[in-house]
Design a protein around this ligand. Sequence first.
Ligand code: KIV
Length: 277
Amino acid sequence: MTRKTVPDLLRMKADSQKIVMVTAYDYAMARLVDTAGVDMVLVGDSVGMVVQGHQDTLSVSVEDMIYHGRCVSRGLQQAHLTVDMPFMSYQVSPAQALENAGRLVREGRAQSVKLEGGRRSAAAISMIVEAGIPVVGHVGLTPQSVHAMGGFKVQGRGQEAADRIMQDALAVQDAGAFCVVLEMVPEDVAAGITEALEVPTIGIGAGVGCDGQVLVCNDLLGMDLSFHPRFVKRYAQLEETILEAMRDYAREVRSSAFPAPEHSFRRKSAAQLRRVY
Ligand code: KIV
């Protein structure tokens, strides 16, 4: 089986086939989402919040992304692997962006890299694409700018702001990105951008008019039931399932119900030992 490529994903837009993207951060989850048949797996810098427990994505390093990219890559047979460029790994200069994108491909096993920002990131995107590394853009809410944006808020509600997001999406496409993530923008704005772009859009909190959708795997699986933003649909309640399993395990260890004889090993009988020697 071969991994989905950039031409495969571009063809999906041309054929009006929705693109399914989900995040994963380790081998175990990557194997499962790949077996389920998703098209693209994103090692998001959301790893900083979901796996590392930070309040935002800002402390994630290139080394973190390489480590998680390698783990996820080993679990994929058919899905395309995109790895996020973390905060301050591409903003300094296009040359810095290219160097780090190259590391994510060579060391992190990425097939493409994703970076945030529209017009402000166009020069970095061009340089990476010219070196033969496919780029996914990311406009609308860009979590690495959380302090400038004043929180994780919907972007593009007013006409001027909506126009700016459209200009950003077009700039990212013109710079050579093969795909653009639209995060937390009104559905009509996202649908208009999707119509205007030749490359696919992948929405998160951007309505059904995008060419595909992405969710954080922990959110769609209900791993933290205290976190439920409007744009997340939970397809499972794994927090409850995991808590129940862990409590059962703890109870059985404390009562000596586990391990039972079928989980234990016995020494060879005297008769078996005589046969061996
Ligand atoms: O880091 C991430 O998981 C992302 C997605 C939410 C698009 O960028």
